[in-house]
Write a protein that binds this ligand. Structure first.
Ligand SMILES: [Zn+2]
Length: 149
């Protein structure tokens, strides 16, 4: 499979998700002058997925350090679930899990970690492998998996 080279960053979506305000200082943003930041910096493995992007004003963008925010995992989970509900996460066509079932699993995601090119979101019993705003694989695992306890 040839990887997609271009990722469309949906500025309008991120702007609306933040109700038009800078993520860091809360100041109202103008669509034309906002910056799109990687919440987990690219230097720390941050991706271009919609759940890793925040809109900020120029001043906050300039001030932002290349550090890993403390709440990065909970934000990724929150923004992934929200983007899924808002139809900004695609599901690979070969995944035939009924939509409502998938939605329920996604709403119980409680853990996130990187794995190669993928971001893995984990719910009890299921792992979602996500890349470029698309769920590429869904893996079921045994709930007795000792790593959960
Ligand atoms: Zn700001």
């Amino acid at each position: 499979m040839t990887p997609r080279k271009y990722v469309t960053i949906d500025r309008h979506y991120i702007y609306n998700r933040q109700h038009g305000n800078c993520f860091f200082c809360g100041k109202p943003l103008k669509m034309g002058s906002l910056s799109v930041d990687h919440y987990l910096p690219k230097s720390a493995g941050g991706t271009n997925d919609v759940f890793n992007l925040v809109a900020s004003c120029k001043a906050c963008n300039a001030d932002k350090l290349d550090t890993v925010p403390e709440d990065v995992a909970e934000r990724h989970i929150q923004w992934f679930i929200q983007a899924y509900d808002d139809h900004h996460i695609l599901t690979k066509s070969s995944i035939t899990i009924p939509k409502e079932t998938l939605r329920q699993w996604i709403h119980s995601i409680h853990r996130v970690y990187p794995s190669g090119d993928f971001t893995v979101f984990e719910a009890p019993g299921h792992r979602f492998y996500v890349r470029l705003n698309q769920i590429e694989k869904v893996i079921a695992f045994h709930l007795a998996d000792p790593e959960l306890f």
